[in-house]
Design a protein around this ligand. Structure first.
Ligand SMILES: [Zn+2]
Length: 42
């Protein structure tokens, strides 16, 4: 089972959760495509 991690975009303030992946390549905001995404909680 994939663990869900919360992310917040520092650009548009969009908060979303995505399944945790070992590779941090999916750290892109689905809304504005910014890569200024911060991980909130594990
Ligand atoms: Zn954004």
């Amino acid at each position: 089972m994939a663990e869900e991690v919360k992310y917040k975009c520092m650009r548009c303030g969009n908060e979303y959760s995505a399944p945790y992946s070992k590779e941090p390549k999916e750290r892109t905001c689905p809304r504005c495509k910014s890569n200024s995404v911060r991980q909130l909680k594990k």
